[in-house]
Design a protein around this ligand. Structure first.
Ligand code: 1HE
Length: 257
């Protein structure tokens, strides 16, 4: 993966994937979207968690509007499917991904953030879906993923009225799981990624690949799938070792935060 607007850095078992197109507010060109897909397809086997970050004052301004040229319906559909394929690699790739958010998280930038597993926002973050006022629609999976975070009603309002959520209101609405002071979203995301990287790989895999599917299933099927995954996870040697470590006093207790 080499693209001038994407940087991949490996810090032990954590990959840091950084959008480096700050001058254009990290607007996502087709080339950059494909590079993101490639980056998550070819992470080294040693990587156990990833952080996505954006250079400059904003996380991401969404679709590169300068590329929004005349497309017919079929080309528009294929373009959207290209985004789907790339963000699917983020959500259902090899490792949990933590987004470090600051400044604008808008349009396709919010779609990218919503494909990640954990979102850490700093106090400068704001969220919007300007597609509504640009005469277009979300095309990067936003209509599937964003309502799961904030609900259909809030997303409808954002697109109809151009409403912008600030960092605090955004956290309350469900965009981000963590809200931190300005300037430290990356540090917090990296700290969380290091923690996530210590989990048993099968637990992380189940959380990424099984949980969202179970949550979509009717309860009866969900309970059954859960039982299958629970059985598989607890049978792994690493799970047995971790439980033994706790019972023999070698593992940390759960502590109040
Ligand atoms: C861009 C883009 C972009 C900035 N495509 N070039 N997204 C939007 O509708 C958001 C559009 N952007 C903005 O509202 C603002 O740029 C920001 C709030 C993100 C940042 O404002 P600011 O004042 O810090 O920066 P700026 O001066 O507006 O932009 C700096 C440069 O970045 C400028 O280029 P320059 O050559 O004049 O320096 C901008 O043109 C450029 N730039 N955003 C292209 N998005 C799968 S479908 C997804 C559909 C969508 O994502 S639609 C929503 C698109």
């Amino acid at each position: 993966m080499t693209h001038p607007d994407l940087q991949l850095e490996i810090l032990d078992d954590v990959a840091v994937v950084r959008l480096t197109r700050g001058a254009k507010r990290n607007a996502l060109s087709d080339g950059l979207i494909l590079a993101l897909r490639d980056a998550f397809e070819s992470l080294p086997d040693t990587v156990r968690a990833a952080v996505i970050d954006g250079e400059g004052p904003h996380f991401c301004a969404g679709l590169d509007l300068s590329e929004l040229k005349e497309r017919d319906a079929g080309q528009g559909m294929k373009h959207s499917r290209m985004w789907h394929a790339a963000l699917e690699r983020v959500q259902y790739g090899p490792v949990p991904v933590i987004a470090a958010l600051h400044g604008a998280v808008v349009g396709g930038g919010l779609e990218l953030a919503s494909a990640c597993h954990i979102r850490v926002a700093d106090a400068s973050t704001f969220y919007a879906l300007p597609e509504g006022s640009r005469g277009i629609f979300v095309g990067g999976g936003g209509s599937v993923r964003i309502p799961k975070l904030i609900g259909v009603a809030r997303m409808t309002d954002m697109m109809l009225t151009g409403r912008v959520y600030n960092a605090e209101d955004g956290e309350r609405a469900g965009f981000a799981q963590y809200l931190v002071p300005e300037g430290i979203a990356f540090d917090k995301a990296l700290e969380l990624a290091k923690r996530v990287a210590q989990n048993a790989p099968l637990t992380n895999y189940a959380l990424m690949h099984a949980l969202p599917r179970i949550a979509e299933q009717p309860a009866d099927q969900g309970f059954f799938t859960e039982a299958l995954i629970a059985g598989i996870a607890q049978s792994a040697p690493e799970a047995k070792e971790r439980v033994r470590d706790f019972l023999e006093g070698r593992a940390a207790k759960v502590a109040k935060s």
